[in-house]
Design a protein around this ligand. Sequence first.
Ligand SMILES: Cc1cc2nc3c(=O)[nH]c(=O)nc-3n(C[C@H](O)[C@H](O)[C@H](O)COP(=O)(O)OP(=O)(O)OC[C@H]3O[C@@H](n4cnc5c(N)ncnc54)[C@H](O)[C@@H]3O)c2cc1C
Length: 480
Amino acid sequence: MTAATGETALVWFENDLRLHDHAPLDAACRAATSVIPLYVLPPTTEDGLGFPRRGPFRDAFLLQSLRALDAALQTQGQRLWVVAGLPEQVIPEICRTHGVHRVYAHHEHAWEERHTRQRLQTTLAGDGVATAWFWGNSLYTPDDLPWAEDDLPDVFSSFRKRCEKQVTVAAPLAVPTLPPAPAAAPDFATATAALIGSTATYAGQKVLVTAAGGIEPADPRAVNPFCGGEAAGKQRLDDYFWESDRLKTYKYTRNGLLGEYSSKFSPWLALGCLSPRWIVAEVNRYERERAKNVSTYWMLFELMWRDYFRHIFRKHDRAYFLAGGIEGRAPACRRDRALFQRWCAGTTGVPFIDANMLELARTGFMSNRGRQVVASFLVRDLKLPWTWGARYFESLLIDYDVYSNWGNWAYVAGVGNDPRRDRYFHPIKQAQRYDGKAAYIHTWLPQLAHLNAADSMQPENAAKVPEPYDNPLKRFEPLG
Ligand SMILES: Cc1cc2nc3c(=O)[nH]c(=O)nc-3n(C[C@H](O)[C@H](O)[C@H](O)COP(=O)(O)OP(=O)(O)OC[C@H]3O[C@@H](n4cnc5c(N)ncnc54)[C@H](O)[C@@H]3O)c2cc1C
């Protein structure tokens, strides 16, 4: 254990809003006698398609998560410092004011995040402030892996198989004891006020963040109330694994569309309220105490997908944000904004697509099955730019994660890490297979509820339904 040095440390929280398994916080608490726990609230910008890059669903979850972190810090006599602005400006300013010796943070490495860090690092170095960057929010660190960055496999199964054989997931770190801050924190309520009232209009409905940190209007059909914060994330795991014992059958339910079909851990993972290594430790405990089967393995399998995208971004970097992806060859497409608006609004006339897009617009969430099908539909049937779809998801998804979102979109568009470049999800066959009784379609399109299941899936029937679902694409011609 490193002895405390008498130094003042600043821990920069970003997508790691927790106290458990937090390597920078742990290191700072061991080394320093004074610690500033800081969150920098960057302004949200417009995405070029008319939507905020960080929309109200994410703002609400962020506000709840910041409040929860502040409450957790208060149990140790600390407060969360929240300051609005750009990290590369805010952090050096605080370091100068409070005589900070070293900044501790997790190392995010997507294109924009990496450049922010480089600018920050340059300014801090100029001011004589040291930095300590840690890899985190993942199962494996680059040092754990048997590949150099440039040799990382472009196919997930190669990555997974070798990791399963050769790499173990480290145990999560415990919550450290925090030393005091060098000064009083800025007023928390004032600093987070910018998130209240955050608003956007999706599928013709205005959504906003309330002062209580909720979403208005809240849609009762949401698959989970999604309350941000470390304690709420741990509670969710407790409910899903231990109380309702659903981990035991996860493999067989995970392609569902309604209710408790999957863990819904993703929003807590995206903001780092939960550490994936802590989830793995809980899966291991479940396997020891309850059952070890294909479902418990499959939870680890899916978490490895998440890790894979994080690591493969180190290799291909900016390519995931360009139309040509890692292939450098963009699929042919038409830049038809009116058609794109119909995909966003859930008025394409293909009921299974529209039901999923409405769920996303009203709740900020969509199942993995839904995401695959609507993304395939945008790319292969509507032939729109996949990057538009990725940007719309970025605005809306509560669980938006730069690596998982852009990596999965590039994958579905055939310019990412899918060795089969032409994978196609037929939207009507997918509905028949995963929504056999049309319960999901009827939940989101009640105007079709008078039709039987088979008829509910067909665009020609949707075409007969009056307002507000009165203008479907009448010429949908599925490919396969
Ligand atoms: C086009 C598209 C965009 C996506 N965008 C995001 C995103 O922005 N953020 C995000 O977290 N996930 C994204 N995903 C992956 C996946 O859809 C979600 O992680 C999953 O639906 C979240 O629900 P869950 O937590 O109940 O998942 P579960 O099925 O319970 O899985 C457990 C965890 O495994 C991870 N996981 C599962 N599937 C994937 C996957 N395909 N890729 C990466 N990680 C996975 C997630 O962390 C998830 O929380 C996207 C998928 C597609 C097809």
